[in-house]
Structure formats: structure tokens, C-alpha cells
Ligand binder design. Structure first.
Ligand code: APR
Length: 230
């Protein structure tokens, strides 16, 4: 089966009840990105940003992984060490399904970060402006989520994985946010077979050598079964 890198987006968690960003009624139709997902927005109105992430943190903690998350965990268990999930999602559903090698390139709702001393800790369910950092005591706690204009996490490791991948799959992502949207090109340059599994064609669908359209909870288990059959 070789080395498999799987990029996931909000679409894989949609059937677990967590909203996507750009679908009809998605999060970006309810909130302006510049207000809740930028450092400037946080500086301008930390209470609004904390309440946006508090609501998602509580909702995410109550959500259950769906058949797609479980299928990816099954793929990793059968092929440990050769399967890595790179997720744009900040929920913990891959881990809840049993996946171990998960790189959260946009951070996690479960994490808190001190913008003064870079200390990281597990976020409480609700964070408020001026929340003290347990390490430096500064009133400088923020969600450990990567905002627009900030550098995603684990990028060097991700680019190494993409260059070495034999298979690259993108699941439940619209392909509208970089650098994730260009991962398929990086994997192709490295000689990987690339597949998009998505409800609708993404913005970069033409970059993939194979595409399957439908619900992740239906298509991902079928794809994993095929991969396990070899
Ligand atoms: N099964 C499979 N795909 C689905 C499903 C489903 N049940 N429901 C929705 N989708 C697909 C949609 O067709 C869409 O292409 O998931 C994709 C969701 O796209 P977005 O809402 O743009 O989410 P995502 O691609 O993860 O956004 C990337 O943008 O705002 C930033 O940081 C945020 O990580 C996020 C990034």
C-alpha cells in the first residue's frame, strides 16, 4: 500500500454535526473571517473571538466520529507508520476514532496558546478575554488555532511527507485555502497517485488523477476497503 498522506477538511466532520465553512449556511456565512479568524480580529474584540471558539469547542467535544473517521483509523491500524492524516480541522474526531498520526495544520480547539510566552495547554471549555497564562500569568491566552495570515503548523514535516507519498487523498475540503490546496501538486510532483473524495468538486479537482463525489461516511469506508485489499 505504501506511504499514504490524507488531507481532511470540514467535510469529513459534516456528518458528525459540525458545520463546514463554505457550504450553504456555513460558518463563513454566519461570521466574518476578519472578525473571528484573524489576529487583528482578536486584538479588536477578544470577547467575540473567544465566544466563537467557545461555541465550537463545546460542540466539537460533544460530536462523535463518523464512519469516515473510523475507516481512516482502520487504514492506519492495518498499515501503521505509513498512514498520516494532515487535517485542516480543529476538532478531535480523528483522534476520537483512534487515529494516532494526525497533524493539525490549523491547530486545535482543545488547545490554548499564550501569545506572550508561547506556552501551550489544554483549553478549558470556555475561555474569556484576559484569561491568564498558567506559565507566565500574562492575560494573553488565545485559542491555539491558526488564523488567516498566520503560518500553519508542521509545514516542513508535511512537505516531506507529500514528496515521499505513494498515495495522496483529499477528503472533505473545498481546495480554496492555501497551502493545503496545493498539496495535491506537491504529491503529484513526488509521483503519488492522487484522489479527491468530496461531496462536490473542489476548486482544485482538476489536479487530481482520480475523483469520487459523494458523502465521506459512505465513500471513505469503501475506499479504505479497496486500499486494504491492495
Ligand atoms: N462528505 C464529503 N464532503 C463534504 C460533505 C460530506 N458529508 N459535506 C461537505 N463536504 C465538502 C464540501 O463539498 C466542501 O468542498 O466539504 C468541503 C468543505 O469545504 P470548506 O467549508 O471550505 O472547508 P475546508 O475546505 O475544510 O476549509 C479549509 O478554511 O476557513 C478555513 O481554517 C478554515 O480549515 C478551514 C479551511
Amino acid at each position: 500500500m505504501g506511504r499514504i498522506v490524507i488531507l481532511t477538511g470540514a467535510g469529513i466532520s459534516a456528518e458528525s454535526g459540525l458545520g463546514t465553512f463554505r457550504d450553504e449556511g456555513g460558518l463563513w456565512s454566519q461570521h466574518r473571517i476578519e472578525d473571528v479568524a484573524t489576529p487583528e480580529g482578536f486584538a479588536r474584540n477578544p470577547a467575540l473571538v473567544h465566544s466563537f471558539y467557545n461555541a465550537r469547542r463545546v460542540q466539537s467535544a460533544a460530536a462523535q466520529p463518523n464512519a469516515a473517521h473510523h475507516a481512516l483509523a482502520r487504514l492506519e491500524a492495518a498499515n501503521a507508520g505509513e498512514v498520516t492524516i494532515v487535517t485542516q480541522n480543529v476538532d478531535g474526531l480523528h483522534e476520537a476514532a483512534g487515529s494516532l498520526r494526525v497533524l493539525h495544520m490549523h491547530g486545535t480547539l482543545a488547545g490554548a496558546l499564550c501569545s506572550q510566552c508561547d506556552h501551550r495547554w489544554t483549553a478549558p471549555p470556555e475561555m474569556v478575554p484576559g484569561h491568564p497564562c498558567p506559565a507566565c500569568a500574562g492575560p494573553t491566552a488565545r485559542p491555539d488555532v491558526v488564523w488567516f495570515g498566520e503560518m500553519p503548523y508542521h509545514m516542513d514535516e508535511i512537505w516531506d511527507l507529500l514528496r515521499a507519498a505513494d498515495v495522496f487523498a483529499a477528503i472533505g475540503t473545498s481546495g480554496q485555502v492555501y497551502p493545503a490546496a496545493a498539496f495535491v501538486q506537491d504529491a503529484t510532483r513526488g509521483g503519488a497517485h492522487t484522489i479527491e473524495i468530496n461531496l462536490d468538486p473542489s476548486a482544485v479537482v482538476s489536479d487530481f488523477s482520480e475523483t469520487r463525489f459523494g458523502k465521506a461516511s459512505e465513500l471513505v469506508p469503501l475506499w479504505v476497503d479497496e486500499m486494504l485489499r491492495g
